[in-house]
Ligand binder design. Structure first.
Ligand code: BG6
Length: 491
């Protein structure tokens, strides 16, 4: 049977993430039969809710799915609410009792998934109490899923990791990076290692540069307090962008397994060139959005301090010092209030060494230059690939022109395909942490980012410096221009 058996204990069960992502994802797993009779969920948070009220919240969180009411009701009946103070040992005793009751009632075989979906400063306390109050079982599995951010810098991440590993082994820890649950991010490995035409060219002899863009149209919305303490570099580069980079640059794993992939990703992240402070200034650009029409500037947003120096945009040039990638710039960028909401990866190949078509001596301009081949991986909202090639112009004479091959996943298939959180919860139920981040990956990513952040903290920026609806400050374009390159995606 495909049925998975587990008790979920969600810390932060009343929160936004639980309602927006976790409950709908669990429901989809239920609809598909991965969860059936043998699962239960304990939602905890400080507020004193009743089970009835909790069931209403669950039901409301599924409203947009347009599901059968009986099915929703049956699903919600597996949910139990427990008011809980994470710092109070006595509360864990209650939690343990409820867990044991539910285990007996639903036949949960001692399988436990603890989901930490609340403020990260409590992660350590929770982990510690799970052990000291004997909540972990010894007749089933114990796994902990941790929401980002995993630390604020390397030091705090290390403290957090030490706290977690005092209770859990690394192989019981599932650190969420929801980008790893996205269809097209998982596709990176499929196209690289499933196609000679890419993997043979996937190195510094044939690739000119690689561009990763995670563009967002919205501002900080309700997350101002978190975001103002974080900024784009910590919020998006340390985790999502460096994870994508590691998948793009890693060597071929011996087998496509969690352990082998982890080995290769860690090697890639260890090879990131650490910048000196002077190099940070040259290779990383930060930005903060200005006002435009109805849109307030970042510093005027609710709960943001009027002199905040938080970066809402970052663009950078990342170098990887190994045999495969030496000399190839990886340009990355992300930001709030940009032109549009999308994620894409552009792999720009080197131009032909000689342009034999360009033999018109009078043509001193470069209009005859052959365009580079570009392989684009569209992650979202479009899911697919584009390939730009040079071909002959139709008709008399001989001239070349860039043409484009396009492939998009069938929209019906993508509409039915699981959302990131559903996939990741399913993986965690299966004990497969391939698409979660492992400690060493987190550690090397922070070490790379810390140097940049430190330099920024010590130098006052000239903010605001970009207009909403654009692709960030001009310095981001200049970063590539200096190398004779340009962003493939322009607004
Ligand atoms: C989160 C960041 O990790 O990713 C948010 O904290 C960001 O600031 C979000 O908006 C983007 O995710 P997605 O899936 O919408 O591209």
């Amino acid at each position: 049977s495909k049925e998975k058996i587990a008790l979920f204990t969600i810390f932060g069960g009343t929160g936004d993430l639980a309602q927006r992502k976790l409950y709908p994802s669990l429901f989809k797993l239920y609809q598909k039969g991965y969860l059936q009779d043998h699962f239960a969920v304990i939602g905890t948070a400080r507020r004193p809710w009743t089970d009835e009220h909790y069931h209403e919240i669950i039901t409301d969180s599924l409203a947009s799915l347009d599901a059968d009411a009986e099915k929703v009701k049956a699903f919600a009946s597996h949910f139990y609410y427990q008011s809980h103070d994470v710092t109070d040992a006595q509360h864990y005793v209650t939690l343990k009792r409820l867990s044991e009751t539910l285990d007996a009632q639903y036949g949960l075989q001692g399988n436990r998934i603890f989901y930490l979906a609340m403020a990260p400063n409590f992660f350590g306390t929770i982990a510690q109490h799970l052990k000291s109050e004997n909540i972990l079982t010894n007749n089933g599995f114990n796994r902990v899923i941790i929401e980002k951010p995993f630390g604020h810098d390397f030091e705090s991440a290390k403290v957090l990791n030490d706290e977690l590993t005092a209770t859990f082994d690394e192989n019981q820890v599932y650190r969420i990076d929801h980008y790893l649950g996205k269809e097209m991010i998982q596709n990176i490995s499929a196209i690289r290692f499933g196609n000679n035409i890419w993997e043979f060219l996937w190195n510094n002899r044939y690739i000119s540069n690689v561009q990763i863009t995670l563009s967002e149209k919205l501002g900080v919305e309700e997350r101002a307090v978190y975001y103002d303490n974080s900024g784009a570099l910590r919020d998006m580069v340390q985790n999502h962008i460096l994870q994508i980079l590691s998948l793009l640059t890693m060597d071929q794993p011996v087998e496509f397994t969690e352990n082998d992939i982890n080995i290769e990703k860690v090697k890639a992240l260890r090879s990131l060139r650490p910048y000196t402070p002077a190099e940070v200034a040259d290779n990383f650009v930060r930005g903060q959005y200005a006002a435009d029409g109805d849109i307030k500037d970042y510093r005027s947003e609710d709960k943001i301090s009027p002199d905040s120096n938080t970066d809402t945009f970052v663009a950078g040039k990342v170098m990887i010092d190994n045999f495969r990638w030496s000399g190839v710039p990886f340009y990355v960028r992300t930001g709030k209030r940009l032109a549009d909401k999308f994620t894409r990866i552009d792999v720009v190949f080197k131009r032909p060494i000689v342009n034999i078509f360009n033999h018109d001596n009078n043509a001193s301009d470069s209009t005859n230059e052959l365009a580079p081949n570009v392989l684009t991986i569209n992650v979202e909202p479009t899911e697919g690939f584009e390939l730009r090639m040079n071909a002959k112009c139709v008709g008399q004479g001989f001239a070349t022109t860039p043409i484009q091959l396009d492939y998009d996943h069938d929209s019906e298939a993508t509409a039915n395909s699981p959302e990131a959180y559903e996939r990741l919860l399913h993986d965690a139920l299966n004990g497969d942490a391939t698409n979660f981040t492992h400690w060493q990956e987190v550690a090397y990513s922070w070490k790379f980012v810390d140097v940049i952040q430190k330099y920024w903290d010590e130098h006052t920026p000239d903010f605001p410096n970009y207009r909403p609806g654009t692709m960030g400050p001009a310095a981001s374009d200049e970063l590539l221009k200096r190398d004779g390159n340009e962003w493939v995606y322009k607004e």
